[in-house]
Design a protein around this ligand. Sequence first.
Ligand SMILES: NC(=O)c1ccc[n+]([C@@H]2O[C@H](COP(=O)([O-])OP(=O)(O)OC[C@H]3O[C@@H](n4cnc5c(N)ncnc54)[C@H](O)[C@@H]3O)[C@@H](O)[C@H]2O)c1
Length: 265
Amino acid sequence: MIESGKTYLVMGLLDPQSIAYFIGKTIETLGGKVIYSVQNEVVKKRYLDPSKLITGAEKAALDLRFCDVSKEDQIQALFEGLGTLAGVVHSIAYANPKTCMGTEFHTSSMSDVMKSYQISCASLATVTREAAPHMKDGGSVIALSFDTHHVYPLYNWMGIHKAALEALVRALARRHGRDRIRVNAISSGPVSTMAASKIPDFEHIGNLWQQLSPIAWDPVADRQAVANAAAFLMSPLSAKITGQILAVDGGASIMGGPLMDHEKA
Ligand SMILES: NC(=O)c1ccc[n+]([C@@H]2O[C@H](COP(=O)([O-])OP(=O)(O)OC[C@H]3O[C@@H](n4cnc5c(N)ncnc54)[C@H](O)[C@@H]3O)[C@@H](O)[C@H]2O)c1
């Protein structure tokens, strides 16, 4: 389904547990060429280099670039070094757990709230704008979201920024339709990654999914389900789909309450 030999930029690789890693590997398996972006050298040295989940040879084979999306010049520099792209994945989010998440809805550090918004949401607009000249034959951009139809405890500002991200996906889909660039998001169920581990009491959301999901949800194995959907959105099979939020979450986000006993597998 991925067009063989075409190049895809996957942004937001931290380690081999990252959604970005699963998406990149899936695109590669389907015949695409993948360039990954990592936030900076420090992140690479701290998380990717010491990881025992993949071999040194596998790490050396990754085509890595660096880009901190809070710095517009770094986004521009990243794209300047690239040729033609068929797709771009924005798999990036950040929120200071102390000031943007937790039991209270904090407003004491607006600079942290704005930083979280810039990285987790607004950067998608810069990335899409800079990607556009590299997609002269059209292309696909996706971002990663989390259920914005319901309110989750402790997730606070990140939930607001995901709602803004989904609105931005629709606005960018309208803007870039004339460039034949599609913009969509995947709303993923909770999966085990470094970003998830920073969400206070993430286990609570994981447990909630066990009670809600009509199709059993596995936070480890189902990273692949998210990656498969991303490959579909990157491919011509999804040619006329744009401005959409595709939930890949076992169905949990449609539920009006937990599964009753007779509904459980
Ligand atoms: N893990 C989940 O349960 C889950 C569920 C739904 C959506 N998501 C979303 O998936 C995306 C990827 O997260 P993940 O779960 O794979 O975790 P992850 O920690 O592996 O990835 C998050 C990435 O964001 C990057 N990042 C943070 N600040 C950055 C900056 N200033 N510049 C560039 N990169 C920066 C980090 O370096 C990291 O690579 C995020 O948007 C996240 O919100 C995750």
